[in-house]
Design a protein around this ligand. Structure first.
Ligand code: SAM
Ligand code: SF4
Length: 324
């Protein structure tokens, strides 16, 4: 699929649930959440059908995310079923790691491309403050298991001023001791309350703080659709990356689509819901009609996150309902 800016759109990020077993401060409020009801979610049958149509339209990369994917019942079975069909060149997963460890052999067996594991601190007490849950040990157990299984793993961290800035260097140092990349994501205003915590740890703030510790970082050549800019630090086994999700420096080469847990297609993270796929599925659209509706929608993908944001109604969304 091509959009009106000539970009090939071949990457789908599918959030299969809005529910989560953590309450990360940058993602959702501590309380007062109203989850989607079961019939508001796309069923697994609907997801499988949509994936078949997406693959026929040229989607090559698939990522499962959420909410926390493993919170949804039988997610492992969906993953196995989708992998078995071999419709995608790569299937990846973003997870908080709390429930993931027992599924690692299955992830290995299905040939999962990679895992992005969210971890914002190396300290158990700080983990409790950020996520409002005491699950640090479970996440570290998952990290160990992923590395032992040889599944390519990246850590995603959000650094918030006054909350976990002391985690920046210890997290970056994990890429020295372990064969993993560590990426720092600029905080976006998707915590359910429409505001960010602080502005210091933007791309430049992160880079300054990293260079203060490690000295000048050597920039690596990034892949064409990369969201992260990556750096090599001498002696480190993995890379250190910055994802300028708020500065939006990577929009120009965007190849991504998102499907929310309620079946809304988003052509930009900062944009509105562009197409109600669930409604089309439930109105009895044929695969051909569905394919046409998606192709038309993708054609109007905004140029970048700024344009998308300008066209959007200011939202108080949580990243868990967008899918990260
Ligand atoms: N629950 C899974 C997890 O945490 O990995 C998957 C969903 S989570 C919404 C996906 C990614 O979005 C995580 O890496 C998380 O750090 C990131 N994220 C959530 N809210 C964010 C925000 N406001 N700004 C930047 N990144 C955010
Ligand atoms: Fe849950 Fe992931 Fe959001 Fe944290 S970032 S609250 S783990 S969905």
């Amino acid at each position: 699929m091509k959009d009106q800016h000539g970009r090939t759109i071949d990457y789908l990020r599918l959030a299969i649930t809005d529910r989560c077993n953590l309450r990360c401060a940058y993602c959702m409020p501590a309380e007062g959440l109203s989850w989607l009801q079961r019939d508001e979610l796309l069923s697994y049958e609907e997801i499988e059908r949509l994936l078949t149509v997406s693959s026929s339209l040229g989607v090559r990369k698939l990522r499962f995310t959420g909410g926390e994917p493993f919170v949804r019942k039988d997610f492992d079975r969906l993953l196995e079923t989708v992998a078995r069909k071999k419709q995608f060149e790569s299937i990846s997963l973003t997870t908080n790691g709390v429930l993931t460890a027992p599924y690692i052999p299955m992830l290995k067996a299905i040939g999962l491309h990679s895992v992005n594991l969210s971890l914002d601190t190396t300290d158990r007490e700080r983990f409790k403050t950020i996520t409002r849950r005491d699950e640090f040990n479970a996440v570290m157990h998952t990290l160990d298991g992923l590395i032992s299984a040889g599944i390519p793993t990246k850590i995603n961290a959000v650094i918030m001023e006054g909350i976990n800035e002391d985690a920046l260097i210890p997290l970056a140092l994990l890429s020295k001791t372990l064969p993993i990349d560590v990426r720092f994501i600029e905080e976006m205003p998707f915590n359910g309350q429409g505001k960010r915590h602080a502005h210091r740890y933007t791309r430049q703030g992160l880079l300054d703080a990293l260079e203060q510790h490690f000295g000048p970082l050597s920039k690596l050549q990034d892949l064409p659709h990369a969201t992260s800019e990556n750096y090599h630090v001498a002696g480190h086994r993995g890379k250190i990356g910055i994802i300028a999700a708020w500065s939006r420096t990577f929009c120009g080469t965007c190849n991504r689509l998102r499907l929310t847990p309620s079946g809304q297609l988003k052509t930009c993270l900062y944009g509105k819901n562009d197409l109600d796929i669930k409604a089309l599925l439930r109105q009895g659209f044929s695969d051909e009609q569905l394919a046409q509706a998606i192709t038309d929608c993708v054609m109007h993908k905004p140029r970048d996150g700024r344009e998308a944001e300008a066209l959007n109604v200011p939202a108080e969304e949580s990243m868990a309902t967008i899918g990260g």
